[in-house]
Each structure stands twice: as structure tokens, then as C-alpha cells.
Design a protein around this ligand. Sequence first.
Ligand SMILES: [Zn+2]
Length: 340
Amino acid sequence: MLLSRAMIRAAALAGLLAAAACSAPAAPTEPSAPAPPPEPAAPPPPPDPAAIGANELGDVPVLMYHRITPDPSSVYDRTPEDFRAELERLADEDYVPVTATEYATGKIDIPAGKHPVVLTFDDGSASQFTLDSSGEPAPGTAIRILLSVAEAHPDFRPTATLYVFDPPFEEPGGHRTLTWLHEHGFEIGNHTVDHPNLGNVSATEAQREIAGMQRVINEALPDVPVNSMALPLGVHPDAEALASSGSADGVSYRHSSVMLVGSNPAPSPFSSDFDPANIPRIRSQGPEGEGADYGSTKWLDKLAADPDSRYTSDGDPTKVSAPQAASTEPAPHVGNLHRY
Ligand SMILES: [Zn+2]
């Protein structure tokens, strides 16, 4: 659970009161006993969903990054400065990162009034993540920048889902890199072994590509489930369901989310529009250039200008809150919908 600022303040206040109680002089006739430890402050109840405009049927931006490089060579690359500026913007606009799997399975446990965002990285490049000689994320890499922004914005949880092919982050086997990421709360997703266009290969080959990459990941991370995949080039196998589940060479896979390439915010996982096998993503991009109307700067502008369209948490992971006026229909499986 994430602590809200109010909870942290309440805990600090409880600590102060306990300290004040400890400093009162003991009654002279009684032996002094050690003070009992202070009771932990009970978390305050979540605020009224209406007061914070909670809308858990609203849209979620799933942002797609590729290389983070000082020398961008395509519209998919971002500079470290632009990447940092985008994360700062997300933090300032009350977004909190969740993983692809947390989003897709509706486990969006973020404070009331905050908006989930999913940060996804494709292709496992060294510009996204490299460990330096001391075993820390190397300066200038995406993960190092994300950690530094999160340090300055305590509500901005440093997590992301990284879709890797073989070898992950240019490390044969990926043992060091994948282990570090997993141990620090990042999710590893499947991006196939060789990054083929899955629309151009046989059903058998498509399953080999996906199952084979899961094998590589699980050789580095035994027993860590691989729950999400990003389609290379955004293209499904001809038999679309093979992106969600299949098997080859003794390895079975099952994904609770399959990511597309482009080009708009994703529906709430509680919406009837949610399709876990086709989750749209938004390419990280500045306000100008080819396709900028579908890039992250323009979409974040639109979401900011139309806050009713955006997913806003009620702070209570056990129920789904939405205004009566929300036009989005809930998915049939959502039983605990609270309309206000
Ligand atoms: Zn790719």
C-alpha cells in the first residue's frame, strides 16, 4: 500500500504526541515503567469519491518508450532531457506509475485523486537499463532517470514494464539486469526472441518466438511469471489468440495483457471497452513531428483539458467508483461499482 501524505502526517503527529507523553514527569510514588510503544495511526478512510472526482471507468495512458539517447535517430527515440521532462510532467499532474499487469488486472492501488499511468519500454536497449561497475543503474539510462524523478516526487512510484527480446539489455542471458529490475519492483514482459513480424510467420513459429523468450526470462528469473507481452511492430499472429496463450518446446505462456503500438489512451480495466488482447499505447513524443497528434505530449494535453475522461482513483482498491454521468459502461465482471 502506498502511504498518502495525509497518512504520513497522521503518523508523524502520532509520533509527536507519543514523544510528548513520554516526556511528562513520572508520578513520584510509582516506579517508572518503560512507555508502551505508540499505537500505529489508523489509516484515514478514503475521501468521498465525489469530492475528488473519482472516475475509475476513465482512460489510462499507457506510454511507450524505445531508446533514450542524446542522438535520436527516429521518432521512437527520446533524449534523456525530454524523457525526464515527461516524467516530471506526469508527477506534477498527479500520475502514479503502475505495471502493465497491475493495470490489466485492475490492481490499481494508488492514492485517492491520483491517476494511473503505465510506463512501457520496448526492445530492452542498453539506453534503457545498464548496470554500472558498482551494480547501480548507469547514469543517463531511463531507469536511472526514473529513479531520480521518483526521489524528488515521493508519490511517483518508480515502476515500469520492460519488454525484452534476446539478449535483454545487450547482456547475454540477462541475469544481472533482469534480476536487478525484478528485485527493485519492475516488471519484465515478453517481446519475443527475435522480434519478427508475427503476422508473417506460422502459428508454430509464433509460439516458438514467444515461448522461447519466456524461457530466456525464466532462466534468469525462475518462478517469476511473465504476464504481459508487447507485439513486435504491433502485429498479431494470424491466429490472434496465440499472443495471449500458447506453448512450444515444453514452455506454456499465458498473458493477462497484450500491448499494441499506438495510438490513444487505453480504456479502464473496469470498462466494457477493455480488451486485454489489444491494449493501445501512446508513443512518447514531443508536440511536433510526424504523428505528434497521437503522441504523448498531445494526449497528456487532451487528458488534462478533459479531466472527466481520465481515470481518477477513489483510493479504495476494493471498490470501483464512477460518476453517474460517466458514459463508459462497466465490464460485466465489475460487481462492486459505486456510482455517485
Ligand atoms: Zn520492438
